[in-house]
Design a protein around this ligand. Structure first.
Ligand code: C2O
Length: 567
């Protein structure tokens, strides 16, 4: 640890002092330096300059316990501005450490630095961290694993070993160029060149055999795999040849153990599974490939990434590993069956009565091309996305949270509609093209501190329908139900799980379908709500909640840290 740096930062000492004062016994403060820098990375016989943390791809794993605090000093040595987001961490009263660019902070300028300080409060399981501006998160991401408190255990028999498996996507070109071109031409971004597991495509791709990720097991033992979908565009089916998986957690909440041959993970989500090594000693592929919920005619990465589960003392001869059978690319029924299997481990008290009944549409749109220009989206348009017909525009000079905290006007408005401005047959086949073009705006929805919110997210079939993994910052929510078609309050309320719904931070809103979530607005600040498919986010599939302060300091956003970056 550099002594000069420490002594020059009085806010750090203050933080440490508070941490020592308030940390539970045994809780720890984890300090890390994250240096953002470009290094050459070789994949698929091809080397390119890649933005990383500390030269690692994927980035370093953060391993902490529930109750611990983190102090992460980010030093930006890359030529791009950047922010980091701690996906799923609640950041109570502490939006300053959340990270989405222009939502809670201005980006860390090239050459600049910023220290993220936050604690883990009543959360455990698998989360992750990633860059949160432009498409830097394609390579700037890593696992954030929260173990139970010291002397506490998992609600299942302790596994022999644990492995984070980060699913991702690799482009031979710079991902920033991929999204820049897409936004310029209006076309969908070019699909990735490979899917990856822990940064490696695996041996079904060229030049990738040697580096394939390997998971060692001994016959008879049970291991825990922590899957994280860090891919930019692709929902993924995952299977292990000849082995079932028992799902025990999703996002950072335990689930009722549920045994399945296939797991579906959308970008942003995590899934923890136990695998019992009960097959003949040998080598078995862990394989992942796309779930393409939209039309199969839309280009997508249809390759298969693999890691290998290798038994100790396997029979010599090394027969090639066995591949699992994965569902067809468009197997929406398999997705529905999997998501129906996910239930919270414990019965929970469902927050009620509901103070805010919200209904947001989520979907695609098309903008007409500027006169005299040529656009390469469908029928010469530009692709866009929206929620309740508003396509979200980030501010420039100041973050939303800074503007809200210091009362700066003109940065956003608080009139995001509670329900769609125009009601229509959202999932119908013949939606009038007059509904295709959303309005670009920076609208927030205000929530009173402590209000009980029920949010219906309704997919639309504008241009086409896809599943949208919807993520909310600063919160975990109960997923009461998901379903197909248009949500019908009378009919579908009967489908709500009011006993043991899963608690998540990212919910897949099914293709031509809906999802209903509930939460208590107990975390003041500005919290981003968006689709975790990054093309959709780049096109505006987002909004933000402005959760007002409650009474007193313990219900109010803390003052901003002194080193908060300036735009
Ligand atoms: Cu995982 Cu707004 O992000």
């Amino acid at each position: 640890m550099e002594i000069d740096n420490l002594s020059s930062s009085s806010s750090f000492w203050l933080f440490l002092w508070f941490s020592v004062l308030f940390l539970a016994p045994n809780a720890e403060v984890h300090q890390h330096d994250f240096v953002i820098k470009a290094v050459p990375v070789k994949r698929l016989c091809h080397t390119r300059s890649t933005i990383t943390v500390n030269g690692q791809f994927p980035g370093p794993t953060l391993l902490v316990r529930n109750g611990d605090s983190l102090v992460i000093r980010v030093v930006n040595q890359a030529k791009y501005n950047i922010t980091l987001h701690w996906h799923g961490i609640r950041q109570l009263r502490n939006g300053w450490a959340d990270g989405p660019a222009y939502v809670t902070q201005c980006p860390i300028q090239a050459g600049g630095s910023y220290t993220y300080r936050f604690s883990v409060e009543d959360q455990e399981g698998t989360l992750w961290w990633h860059a949160h501006n432009s498409w830097l998160r394609a390579t700037v991401h890593g696992a954030l694993i929260i173990l139970p408190k010291l002397h506490c255990s998992y609600p299942f028999a302790p596994p022999k070993c644990e492995f984070p498996l980060i699913l991702g996507e690799w482009w031979n070109a710079n991902p920033l160029d991929i999204i820049r071109r897409a936004l310029k031409t209006g076309a969908a971004p070019q699909p990735s060149d490979s899917l990856t597991i822990n940064g490696q495509p695996g041996d079904l791709y060229k030049c990738s055999t040697k580096e394939t990720t390997v998971i060692p097991v001994a016959a008879g033992e049970t291991i825990l795999l922590r899957f994280i979908n860090a891919a930019m565009l692709t929902e993924l089916f995952v299977s292990v040849a000849d082995h079932n998986m028992t799902v025990v957690a999703a996002d950072s909440s335990y689930t009722k153990p549920f045994t399945t041959s296939v797991v579906l993970i959308a970008p942003g989500q995590t899934t923890d599974v136990l695998i019992h090594a009960n097959r003949p000693a040998g080598r078995y592929y862990i394989a992942a490939r796309a779930y393409q919920s939209g039309s199969l005619n839309t280009p997508f990465d249809n390759t298969t990434t693999t890691a290998i589960l290798i038994y100790e003392n396997q029979t010599p001869g090394h027969s090639p590993p066995k591949l699992p059978v994965l569902p067809p690319y468009n197997d929406t029924a398999a997705v529905a069956a999997f998501s129906a299997g996910i239930k919270g481990l414990y019965a929970v008290k469902i927050p009620a009565p509901v103070d805010e009944h919200l209904f947001f549409t989520v979907g695609l749109g098309l903008i007409s091309c500027q006169q005299g220009k040529t656009c390469s989206g469908p029928n010469g348009t530009l692709f866009t996305t929206s929620m309740n017909n508003y396509s979200f525009v980030l501010p420039k000079g100041l973050s939303l949270l800074q503007a809200a905290q210091s009362g700066v006007r003109g940065v956003f408005t608080t009139d995001f509609p509670a329900s769609p401005p125009v009601k229509f047959d959202y999932t119908g086949d013949n939606i009038s093209t007059s509904l295709y073009q959303p309005v670009r705006a920076t609208k927030l929805y205000p929530l009173k501190y402590g209000s009980v919110v029920q949010l219906v997210m309704q997919g639309t079939n504008i241009y086409m329908s896809e599943e949208h993994p919807m993520h909310i910052h600063g919160y975990e929510f109960l997923v009461l139900a998901t379903g197909r078609g248009n949500f019908d309050a009378k009919r579908d309320a009967a489908k709500f799980n009011l006993v043991d719904p899963p608690r998540r931070n990212t919910v897949g809103v099914p293709v031509k379908g809906w999802g209903v979530i509930r939460f208590v607005a107990d975390n003041p600040g500005v919290w981003f709500v968006h689709c975790h498919i990054d093309s959709h986010l780049s096109w505006g599939l987002a909004m933000a909640f402005l959760v007002e302060n409650g009474a007193g300091e313990l219900q109010s956003t803390a003052p901003p840290p002194l080193d908060l970056p300036k735009c």
